[in-house]
Every structure is written in structure tokens, then in C-alpha cells.
Design a protein around this ligand. Structure first.
Ligand code: G6P
Length: 608
């Protein structure tokens, strides 16, 4: 949800800004811009459109200077036009600012600032910030930024430059991520590590409430009372290869095809097959803590919420405690029940989703222990949680989440195994599950071999206008996820439904034009799903069955069947989701859609 960058050092800033923005484009891609201090003042270049356009604009009309900021936008307030694109400037055009987040009291502030004579030129909430800084007192830019932020309600990650303070970027964060890249005599500012990795592996993650002052001589981190803070320098663990296409046409396909490896990496060093358990030191829970858990609440959004639904089956089955799975955006505004023994798990690929972060904070305020299941190391949720598990799936760039989902399910299986063994799961059951999990990367590899079959299916259904996905038990969330993948990237309307619940509504939609994807792996409800497929068949629906190798032949019932390797029911979601990811991908490609950057979406949703 918007990406921000900054550069200050001995070299030209613009190339650093554009390179950083290109890596952050997954965060938003409707408009972009840069502002550079050119020695005489603030010079901006911006446009509606993508970073490639900004790069061309800067080739035609370059900006020169060694200190600058940039932004790629996902519009919230105001249409994605050149005028509304960041950076925004004050009335005198001597200050420029980029912002990620939402200023909630923007209307009130704007009214007041206009009455005081400030001239607004955009429809954005962000512009209020730059006028506020313009009129705030202070001898330095940081003093003025701190004074201005006192009037602001909402969330922000900002970077500000000023003609009066050349060679300095002031950064502040509350609720939206910002980090500093530490180079040799030069410093970068970015929403995430991918934007600085081409130049340095050393980063400083800022905390909420921090204000950082960055110059070629170094950086200082202050709190809101301008007191100096100590922030550690961290190392980025992955390298540029992880964020390159590596010969694939799209990141989404690359990430789907990586899943044998990413699942292996989630399991690595954690699975104790002989003992029939897992080693999860990061949870920071003692054996006694584990036994005291009476209830688990999972909070998440989007694909991570679907993983949470699988997690409910996993934890209830293996640990024997009740689990509720909540949309983070709903949960955070409900009354928090102070139930002793509650553990809340926030699931988030990015670790920055605003609603998930706030749900985690609400749960903590309600007395719950909070854990994070997060992919991005050093992200806000990872740092705020009491403990948790990193997915270790590597950077996910495609806006439609794929490898993060399978790793989330695997992490939940590890958690279920570990907690289960502290409670009612026997050594023998634990060893059986651990051995099955150890084989999972190989099963994922075999599942990926269905791609040619799925591609042929995609050709058959690329023109569909609607699609229905049905599943039951632990595979019902896979139906939701398959439908989400299709609608996100191909813009075909798709719904996921519990297979039996179809009778209570969606069955009315079924005719010979409706593809119905039926998830029928080998599990205790297989026969029931087959009955549901009969109901679809009787209404002329086109059945695409995702089944297991060990199941019988469904060719009399299904128009198409795709078999994945047989696995225990709790593990099946990791395999059955793969053909659905591939189906959505190939349909979107055939429809000419921008798979990695679907319209209106952003990878990291840091606004409510
Ligand atoms: C956005 C992304 C989804 C993702 C969701 C939650 O909507 O497009 O792919 O599932 O946010 O993100 P998180 O980073 O919290 O998992």
C-alpha cells in the first residue's frame, strides 16, 4: 500500500529512487514520483502510471541532486492522477513529502489550514501533512516534523526533504513500515528491504513513533520528544536472486513453482521425526504455557485468513482446543473478551497488514498472549508479537499470494504437532505426522507436474464469466482460496462454498456455462463430496474435480479430473491448492491480464 524511498549520499539520487521504487511497485502502482534537492530548490517529477513511465520521464527531463525521495502510489484519497501523485509540496515549494498510510483527520486539518491561507492543489489526505510542516515552528526540519505530527491522527510512514535543510531526509513512522538502509557514506530509506538490497544488506527497522534524521554523515533516531533512541542494525538474510524473475515470465508462476523448496524451508530444522514433534523455540512458550492454553484465536486477512481456516482444523484435531478464525478487520472493532488461557495468532505474509496488526494489539490489550506467523523478517507484527514462527518462504512479489499460503499451512501443522505433543497427541501419532510432513516437499514437487493438464483446462475455461469452487472439511478453505486467486488476477467472478452448503443458494446459479471446481481429496468426507458433485452434474454444471491418486475414477461424473498425490486430510490443502493456483494463473495469462499487478490491488495493505 504505497511504497516510499529516499537517498542521501555522494551520488545522484534519482537512479537510486527509481530502482527502489521498481522493487516496491508491488505495494501500489497507479502513479509515481520523485523529488530531489537540486542545490537551488526542490524539483519534482511525477505522473499517473507505473515506474517504467517515471523512468522514461526522468530520461527525457532529468533531475540532478544528491538527496531525494520517491513514491509509488495505491490511491486512497483522490484519483490516481499526476496531480495527486506524491511527492507533495508546500505553498512555497520548498518542502516535499512522501507518505504511506491514511491521515484520518485530514478533512478537519485541511479546513483549518485553508482558513489560515494555505493553498491546496490535490485531493489527497497527504497534502495536509506538508502544509502542517510548513507552518510548524522549529529550527530544524526534524523539529518541524515532530511538531506537525502532534496534530495528526491516523497512520503514516513519511519521508520529507526541505530546501532549508539540504542533504537531509527526515523520516517518521506510525503504523506504516519504514526502514533505513545503511551504506558507506550513503543512506537509503524504504518501505521494505527489497528496495535497498541492491546497495546494502544492513538495515535499521524503525519502530512506531520513531523519527529518523538521515544525512550523508549518518543517521539519528529520535522519539517524539526528540530524545535519541538506540536502534540495532540488522542484516537482510536473502539476496537479490530471491527477488528476480529467474527466467519465469511472472513472479506468480515462479512462486508457485518454488513451493517444494519453500515448504522445505518452512520445515527445515524444525521437524523432529524420531521424537514425533517439532522444535519451535521462537514461540517463547514453556511446556507449562502450552498446557495452559484453553483457546486459540486466529486473526488474519485475505489468503492468510484462508490459511487460518485450515489452521482451525489442524489445531482442533491435533491439540483438542477450540479455535476461532477472525477477519482481523472485524475482530479489532469487537468487544474483547478477557478469557484466560487465550492465545491469539496473527497470520500475515507481510507482517504489515494494518488490520492484522491492530487486531493483534487489541488481543494483547484484552490480555491474550500474541503469536505471529509471518514471512517478512523484522516486520512490525513479527516484532510486536510475544513469539511466533517465521515462514522462511523468501520474498513473495506476486500480488496474489501463493507460496506464503502453503508455508502458512505447513507452519500451522508444525504448531499443531508441537502443541499437540504437549497435550493429547501420542508419540506414535506424532511420529506418523512428522514422517508425513517430512515427505511433503516431494509430494509438492509431484503435484507441480499437473501444470500441462491445468494449462489445457485453462484454455477451455478462459472465457468463463463465473466459477464456483466447492470443498469440505480442511479443504473447504482451499475452495475459498482457489476462488480468490481466480477473481484477483483474471477478474472472473468466483465463489468458494462448502460443498454441502451449495444447496442453500449457489445451486440456483448452476447451468451448462458454470465451471464448478470440486475439491475431492482422499478424506473421510470424500463420499459426501461425490454426492455433491452428483447434484452439480444433475444441473448441467461443468465439473473440474481435484482428487487424490488413490481415489476411484471420477470420469463418469466429472468433465475433467486432476489427481494430486494422496496425503492425510490435514496435509491435503497444501497439495490441492496447487492446481487451483495454476488454473488462475493460466486463465489470467490467456485473458491478457497483468498477473503480478492486478488492477486495484496491492500486496501489502497498510491502510484499514
Ligand atoms: C492483500 C494481498 C493478499 C494477502 C492479504 C493479507 O490483500 O493482496 O495476497 O493475502 O493482503 O496480507 P498479509 O501480508 O497480511 O498476509
Amino acid at each position: 500500500m504505497c511504497g516510499i524511498v529516499g537517498y542521501v549520499g555522494p551520488r545522484e539520487a534519482a537512479p537510486f529512487l527509481v530502482e527502489g521504487l521498481a522493487r516496491l511497485e508491488y505495494r501500489g502502482y497507479d502513479s509515481a514520483g520523485v523529488a530531489v534537492l537540486n542545490g537551488a530548490g526542490v524539483e519534482t517529477r511525477k505522473l499517473a502510471g507505473r515506474i517504467a513511465g517515471l523512468r522514461e520521464l526522468l530520461t527525457r527531463t532529468p533531475v540532478h541532486g544528491r538527496c531525494g525521495i520517491g513514491h509509488t502510489r495505491w490511491a486512497t484519497h483522490g484519483a490516481p492522477t499526476e496531480r495527486n501523485a506524491h511527492p507533495h509540496t508546500d505553498c512555497t515549494r520548498t518542502l516535499a513529502l512522501v507518505h504511506n498510510g491514511i491521515i484520518e483527520n485530514a478533512d478537519v486539518l485541511r479546513k483549518r489550514l485553508e482558513q489560515d491561507g494555505h493553498r491546496f492543489v490535490t485531493e489527497t489526505d497527504t497534502e495536509t501533512l506538508v502544509h502542517l510542516i510548513e507552518e510548524s515552528p522549529g529550527a530544524t526540519l526534524e523539529a518541524r516534523v515532530i511538531a506537525a505530527l502532534d496534530h495528526v491522527e491516523g497512520t503514516y510512514g513519511i519521508a520529507v526533504v526541505a530546501e532549508a535543510d539540504p542533504g537531509k531526509i527526515v523520516v517518521a513512522r506510525r503504523g506504516s513500515p519504514v526502514l533505513l538502509g545503511v551504506g558507506d557514506g550513503e543512506f537509503l530509506v524504504a518501505s521494505d528491504a527489497s528496495a535497498v538490497l541492491g546497495h546494502t544488506r544492513s538495515v535499521v527497522y524503525l519502530n512506531d513513533g520513531d523519527v529518523a534524521v538521515v544525512t550523508p554523515e549518518g543517521y539519528r533516531v529520535l522519539d517524539r520528544d526528540a530524545r535519541e533512541q538506540d536502534r540495532a542494525v540488522d542484516d537482510i538474510e536473502w539476496d537479490l536472486d530471491a527477488i528476480a524473475l529467474g527466467g519465469y515470465p511472472h513472479f506468480m508462476l515462479k512462486e508457485i513453482c518454488e513451493q517444494a523448496e519453500t515448504v522445505r524451508s518452512t520445515l527445515r530444522g524444525r521437524l523432529l521425526v524420531a521424537e514425533g514433534t517439532a522444535r519451535l523455540n521462537g514461540l517463547n512458550l514453556t511446556a507449562e504455557d502450552c498446557r495452559a492454553i484453553q483457546r486459540v484465536v486466529i486473526v488474519a486477512c485475505g489468503t492468510s485468513w484462508h490459511a487460518g481456516l485450515v489452521g482451525r482444523h489442524v489445531i482442533e484435531e491435533l491439540v483438542g482446543i477450540p479455535v476461532s478464525v477472525e477477519y482481523a478487520s472485524e475482530y479489532r472493532y469487537r468487544r474483547q473478551l478477557h478469557l484466560p488461557g487465550t492465545v491469539t495468532i496473527a497470520i500475515s505474509q507481510s507482517g504489515e497488514t494494518a488490520d492484522t496488526l491492530e487486531a493483534l494489539r487489541a488481543a494483547r490489550a484484552g490480555g491474550s498472549t500474541v503469536l505471529g506467523l509471518v514471512n517478512v523478517v523484522g516486520s512490525t507484527i513479527a516484532r510486536e508479537a510475544d513469539g511466533g514462527l517465521y515462514l522462511h518462504a523468501g520474498p513473495e512479489i506476486g500480488v496474489a499470494s501463493t507460496k506464503a499460503f502453503t508455508s502458512q499451512v505447513v507452519a500451522l501443522l508444525l504448531l499443531g504437532l508441537y502443541l499437540g505433543r504437549q497435550r493429547e497427541l501420542s508419540g506414535e501419532e506424532g511420529r506418523r505426522l512428522a514422517a508425513q510432513l517430512a515427505r511433503l516437499p516431494e509430494l509438492v514437487e509431484r503435484t507441480l507436474a499437473v501444470e500441462p493438464q491445468v494449462r489445457a483446462l485453462a484454455e477451455r475455461y478462459a472465457d468463463a464469466r463465473n466459477a464456483l469452487y466447492l470443498g469440505r472439511g480442511a479443504t473447504f478453505p482451499v475452495a475459498l482460496e482457489g476462488a480468490l486467486k481466480l477473481k484477483e488476477i483474471s477478474y472472473i467472478h468466483a465463489e468458494g462454498y462448502p460443498a454441502a452448503e451449495m444447496k442453500h443458494g449457489p445451486i440456483a446459479l448452476i447451468d451448462e456455462n458454470m465451471p464448478v471446481v470440486c475439491l475431492a481429496p482422499k478424506d473421510p468426507v470424500y463420499a459426501k463430496v461425490v454426492s455433491n458433485m452428483q447434484e452439480v452434474k444433475a444441473r448441467g454444471g461443468r465439473i473440474i474435480a481435484i482428487t487424490s491418486e488413490g481415489n476411484g475414477d471420477l470420469s463418469k461424473l466429472a468433465d475433467h479430473q486432476i489427481a494430486v498425490p494422496t496425503s492425510p486430510p490435514l496435509i491435503a490443502p497444501v497439495l490441492t491448492v496447487i492446481p487451483l493456483q495454476l488454473l488462475a494463473y493460466h486463465i489470467a495469462v490467456l485473458r491478457g491480464c497483468d498477473v503480478d499487478r492486478p488492477r486495484n490491488l496491492a500486496k501489502s495493505v497498510t491502510v484499514e
